[in-house]
Ligand binder design. Structure first.
Ligand code: GDP
Ligand code: IMO
Ligand code: MG
Length: 435
């Protein structure tokens, strides 16, 4: 059995929590895309774990956790994260890193930073973790892969060639003065020494994770694909160019996890009961008033990776419908219902007004999206504490009505409702979410 868990909005939907919950039954968890731009939170017994590239199934002793072929690995930050995980008493015995994963190099960090800077107000608002430049090298077919990293001769040669080319690129694109200011970080010997040392520590985790996932599936075991980022950050399906450089949609799991599409049994989209986004780019239901501030504070909406305040707005059902379609979702996990407690009125966007007509399909281009005005449906709020609810029946009627409406509008089952950050503060919904 293979389940893919995918972000249905702009990331930070609470994937870490849901993956951790579902991983209790999983034999293998595979993270297939992205790098340490992700920040996944797991809260267990009051203890908070913040994970970036280590899969969120790591807290379960017997679960094999794979960093898959489509991921990009910054070895230095990976080791730091692994040390934090171990310091929490968690074993890394079952961690695997695919040979094919690409390596984030210091020059990727420099190029990410300078490229954002050179765009001025038109920047994307990246996490500056070198993700885009690393995927650029992969597409250009000059990238360094995990296999290369753990073979010092191959690595030394690739580093030499790439570093020379990148120095020319940096000087030409951004100005020769930058080479001097980044002298240390672009130094061949220092990079070689640091990466060789990291490679020595990481080599024991090397594996072909596609074999692990396939064999587990064949043996009737349960495999979970862990999504990072979200549908609207997908390089093709997202709000281009304000996207990440990988494919966080379901199809991306297949390509980047090395699993055939026919083997995926179910695909669960993870969403919040409202919408957030970090970084730049269009966001039709964004709130610039005290309600937006209320949601940010009540939901602790600050980035796990960068600490940036997240932009907050009402739930956008045009987006969720889009996520259901492009991911082929078989169910939706809806988090953070508790964050809306205390609001007198709750709104959900059911369509966009565009050039005099109401559109229900998410526009393909952001210039059209910019002209879209959300059409809202209003709901009465609730004031009861719902953070201990374990069934739909325990929710106030108004909360149930809100969920019922969402389910009807998106045409997909709500299979899990989140009422708090702890792994216990979520409950499964049996079948269709009907009160
Ligand atoms: P991810 O990137 O999708 O894993 O999500 P993040 O960890 O970046 O952000 C989600 C935040 O919401 C984290 O702080 C979680 O602990 C928290 N969270 C997840 N589910 C719930 C929920 O149902 N209620 C509340 N209040 N917080 C939640
Ligand atoms: P998780 O897995 C939210 C956003 C960045 C920026 C854009 C491109 O925690 O949901 P990048 O550094 O990837 O080139 O930045 O993508 N972004 C995320 N936003 N959650 C994430 O991951 C994100 N990963 C990247 O803020 O807008
Ligand atoms: Mg996150």
């Amino acid at each position: 059995m293979i389940t893919a868990l995918v972000g249905a909005q702009w990331g930070d939907e609470g994937k870490g929590k849901v993956i951790d919950i579902m991983a209790s039954k999983a034999d293998v968890v595979v993270r297939a895309t992205g790098g340490n731009n992700a920040g996944h939170t797991v809260v267990s017994d009051g203890k908070t774990y913040k994970l970036h590239l280590v899969p969120s199934g790591i807290l379960y002793k017997g679960t094999v956790c794979c960093v898959g072929p489509g991921c990009v690995v910054d070895p230095l930050s990976m080791l730091k994260e692994m040390a934090e995980v171990e310091a929490n008493g968690t074993s890394l015995e079952n961690l695997k890193i695919d040979y094919r994963a690409h390596i984030v190099m210091p020059y990727h960090l420099v190029i990410d930073e300078l490229s954002e800077k050179s765009k001025g107000e038109g920047d994307i608002g990246t996490t500056k973790k070198g993700i885009g430049p690393c995927y650029m090298d992969k597409a250009e077919r000059i990238g360094i892969r995990f296999y290369d990293l753990i073979h010092p001769d191959i690595f030394a040669e690739k580093l030499k060639n790439n570093l020379a080319a990148k120095k020319k690129y940096i000087a030409g694109m951004f100005g020769a003065e930058y080479l001097d200011s980044k002298k240390d970080i672009l130094d061949y010997d220092k990079t070689l020494a640091a990466y060789n040392a990291a490679a020595e520590k990481l080599a024991r985790y090397a594996a072909d994770t596609t074999v692990i996932a396939y064999d587990a599936h064949k043996a009737g075991k349960y495999v979970l694909f862990e999504g990072a980022q979200g549908t609207l950050l997908d390089l093709d399906m997202g709000t281009y160019p304000y996207v990440t450089s990988s494919h966080p949609v379901t199809g991306g799991f297949c390509v980047s996890g090395g699993i055939g599409p026919t083997l995926v049994d179910e695909c669960v989209g993870i969403a919040k009961c409202y919408t957030t986004r970090v970084g730049k780019g269009p966001f039709p239901t964004e709130l610039f008033d005290e309600t937006g501030d209320y949601i940010r504070e009540a939901g602790a909406e600050y980035g796990v990776t960068t600490g940036r305040p997240r932009r907050c707005g009402w739930l956008d059902l045009v987006i969720l419908r889009y996520a259901v379609r492009v991911n082929g979702l078989t169910g939706v996990a809806l988090n953070k219902l508790d964050t809306l407690t205390g609001l007198k009125e709750i709104k959900a966007c059911v369509g966009y007004e565009y050039e005099g007509a109401v559109v229900k399909d998410f526009p393909a281009d952001i210039r059209e999206l910019d002209k879209c005005v959300p059409v809202y449906q209003s709901f009465e709020g609730w004031t009861e504490d719902i953070t201990k609810a374990q069934t739909l029946e325990e929710l106030p009627e108004n909360a149930r009505k809100y969920l019922e409406f969402i389910e009807k509008e998106i045409g997909c089952k709500i299979i899990l409702v989140g009422v708090g950050p702890d792994r216990k503060q979520s409950f499964p919904v049996d079948g269709v979410c009907r009160a």
